[in-house]
Design a protein around this ligand. Structure first.
Ligand SMILES: [Zn+2]
Length: 241
């Protein structure tokens, strides 16, 4: 079946001298493997549009559960700002690897919009750390380990939330608080907002450095403790930021 699909290239594997196989995350079909004959060659008109971390449109012979075959590919957005900045490449490489892992566990294609919009917002110059944390928080529910956003993880009470703790696994109220480090109220408000906000609708981001880093450290430890994921690209990113 001849198809036109748009998608983001999660992985690129060389095949023979001049060909490659790419794994593309698409909205309608999830991740599809595409054999791109000759696309590694410098003369190929499909070379750039089939590179790792590209957002492109593909004409393919689609074969369900098998390798599809590329007919042609065109770039949708060249992502120039990202590709010219090593830190942004670090973010996008991490988000791509993370998305690949999330898809292996949940197989929910609906995350496509959140994923692609995060990349496009990073490209427009919005804060990559905040966008990354927003996507990480949304992915926790795909991974089946999202903490309760409305109540204390220990007693279930909904009032007097004073902090958040990755070891305890969520929000903690004043009654249950023992020795956990207290956080600014805004951290709790922002975490809820991160989860509920539509990524596509974000046009500005105003989060103070202090709040931003507290949330990032919490999510980092929470991921380590509850998701079982270990991603090399995360360690690489940590060295860049
Ligand atoms: Zn409590």
């Amino acid at each position: 079946m001849l198809l036109e699909v748009e998608g983001f290239i999660l992985q690129e594997t060389p095949y023979g001298e001049t060909s490659k196989i790419i794994n593309v995350f698409t909205k309608e079909y999830g991740v599809i493997g595409i054999m791109c004959k000759g696309a590694k060659s410098l003369k190929s008109k499909n070379r750039v549009a089939t590179m790792h971390l590209s957002y492109s449109k593909f004409n393919i012979y689609y074969k369900k559960n098998k390798l599809s075959t590329l007919v042609s590919a065109d770039i949708i957005d060249p992502l120039k700002n990202i590709k010219g900045n090593i830190t942004l490449i670090g973010y996008v490489t991490y988000l791509t690897e993370l998305t690949n892992q999330v898809l292996k566990q949940s197989n929910n294609y609906l995350i496509y919009d959140d994923f692609i919009n995060t990349i496009l917002k990073i490209e427009t110059g919005l804060d990559p750390l905040v966008l990354t944390n927003i996507l990480e928080l949304k992915y926790l529910s795909e991974l089946g380990v999202l903490f309760e956003l409305d109540c204390c993880v220990i007693c279930g009470g909904t009032t007097g939330i004073v902090t958040i703790d990755s070891d305890k696994g969520g929000f903690i109220c004043l009654k249950c608080h023992t020795n956990e480090i207290l956080v600014d109220k805004k951290v709790i408000q922002m975490l809820r907002m991160y989860y509920y906000i539509k990524i596509k609708s974000i046009s500005t981001i105003k989060v103070s450095d202090n709040i931003k880093h507290t949330i990032n450290e919490f999510l980092d430890r929470y991921y380590e403790r509850y998701t079982g994921l270990y991603l090399n690209s995360k360690n690489f990113l940590k060295k860049l930021i």
